[in-house]
Ligand binder design. Structure first.
Ligand code: ATP
Ligand code: MG
Ligand code: MG
Ligand code: MG
Length: 436
């Protein structure tokens, strides 16, 4: 992509309405545009990152054996009346009436709808276990939408739903998602701590929230200080292994949200306890037959007897993650994208547009890097170097490759790593090699 034609409406001034750094940087970097309170348009740069995050989530869900489908955003109120949640959900639910006066709603979550799909087709224990997920927009009429995409009203969520014949099998499904979540967040360069959590309106007894520690987080959290240095994936099993020992290890190290934490009854010594703020990026629940019983999602068991299925649900805040990643990875100059979610891998900076040599080498690098599978943003604008460097630092691409007449006289270009600021002078060939 050439920056001269790329739709990247960056802002020079710091937007005053944004209270936290990730929101400020997303606005300044031209990634999002608020269209109503808590509702955002995703501009090309933001959209590219959203797709990267979504894809990592998808790959780990698929690896864990979940199957992707796509359910609609608009749901009928009928299903929610069956489960009893239509009245319980309250004002967070956006209720809509269609032209025939039928009650509809914009889905805040999909337990009811997936249970309805399940009961229509699955009749035997032989078809289990089953885990179905989608990545779809949700709407919750949050009382205080704030912090940009972190607490939007419309937001993108991955939600998976597991169906099992008995509690033991349901625990295994839960453990698979537990592992998939740890892998997902680690791939994005995040340390997410699974914390024992309240199940709230979804119900059930087994539940973990995945929390990123950040001062701007909205949840108060407590954990053993070992979590701060733990590499959760070091001894991680594969999805087909026995996951119980792994699960036992990582649930035995104390971590709880303030709703679950009891100061008088905490197993961790005061000196080992970390009290912090955190961002909830994922939440998993095992809720047994809470929906299958009232909605009659029943299969024939091995002896032909009717069995209400054991269910779980598993959410990831895909759009919230973008804010969380920036909260965890930025400096005074802008965003520092982890490689895995960066909107482009390399920013190619032409320091003197119009200089024949510089243009030629940039052009060559632009084609060769892309031929090697790199995503390149080529700054071919006729702007001062200072402007170009500032913009590159702001949008935070992992690598900056800087080409100018002075370097080329000595046969070199400059390669900068955004995260460390480390710069290296290299020949064009070595730069290409280093970036492939
Ligand atoms: P919160 O406590 O932040 O209100 P929640 O517990 O209501 O979130 P869940 O029902 O557990 O949310 O939904 C699964 C995931 O969806 C959350 O872990 C979070 O990452 C994301 N999410 C929930 N509400 C929002 C929102 N308003 N904006 C962006 N992401 C959200
Ligand atoms: Mg909420
Ligand atoms: Mg919550
Ligand atoms: Mg939650």
């Amino acid at each position: 992509m050439r920056l001269s034609t790329f739709f990247l409406p960056t802002l020079k001034e710091t937007p005053t309405e944004a209270q936290i750094v990730s929101h400020r940087l997303m606005l300044r970097a031209g990634m999002i545009r608020q269209t109503s309170a808590g509702i955002y348009a995703w501009l090309p740069l933001g959209h590219r990152v959203l797709k990267k995050i979504e894809q990592i989530v998808r790959e780990e869900q698929d690896a864990a054996g979940a199957q992707e489908l796509l359910m609609p955003t608009i749901q009928s109120a009928e299903l929610w009346k069956e489960s009893g949640r239509y009245d319980d959900y309250g004002k967070e639910m956006l209720r809509i009436t269609d032209r025939h006066d039928r009650e509809m709603l914009f889905g805040p979550t999909n337990e009811e709808m997936i249970t309805d799909i399940f009961r229509a087709f699955v009749k035997s224990y032989r078809q289990l276990p089953l885990n179905l997920y989608h990545i779809q927009w949700k709407f919750r009429d949050e009382i205080r939408p704030r912090f940009g995409v972190m607490r939007g009203r419309e937001f993108l969520m991955k939600d998976a739903y597991s169906f099992d014949i008995d509690p033991a099998s349901a625990r295994r499904s839960y453990q698979k998602m537990f592992l998939a979540y740890l892998r997902t967040f680690a791939r994005m360069g995040l340390k997410a701590i699974p914390m024992r959590a309240d199940t709230g309106p979804i119900g059930g007894d087994l539940s973990h929230e995945f929390i990123i520690l950040a001062e701007t987080g909205e949840s108060g959290v407590f954990c053993h200080k070992d979590w701060l240095t733990l590499d959760v994936l070091q001894n991680a099993p594969g999805f087909d292994d026995d996951l119980q020992p792994f699960f036992d290890t990582y649930t035995s190290i104390y971590a709880a949200t303030d709703e679950k934490h009891e100061p008088g009854n905490c197993p961790v010594a005061e000196s080992d306890l970390v009290s912090a703020r955190g961002i909830e990026v994922g939440h998993i629940f095992n809720f047994g037959t809470k929906y299958s019983k009232p909605m009659n999602a029943v299969v024939a068991g091995p002896g032909g007897e009717p069995v209400p299925v054991e269910m779980g649900s598993y959410g990831i805040g895909v759009s919230r993650l973008m804010g969380a990643i920036i909260e965890a990875s930025h400096d005074d100059n802008g965003i520092i994208w982890p490689d895995a979610v960066a909107p482009f891998n390399v920013g190619l900076v032409n320091l003197k547009v119009g200089d024949a040599d510089t243009d030629r080498v940039c052009q060559e690098l632009y084609y060769k890097l892309r031929a090697n599978g790199m995503e390149v943003l080529y700054d071919d604008r006729d702007e001062r170097p200072g402007v170009k460097f500032a913009d590159m630092d702001l949008i935070g691409l992992p690598w900056q490759l800087v080409v100018g007449p002075r370097g080329l006289k000595n046969g070199v270009v400059e390669l900068k790593r955004r995260a460390t600021g480390e710069k290296q002078e290299l020949s064009v060939e070595s730069a290409l090699e280093k970036l492939s």
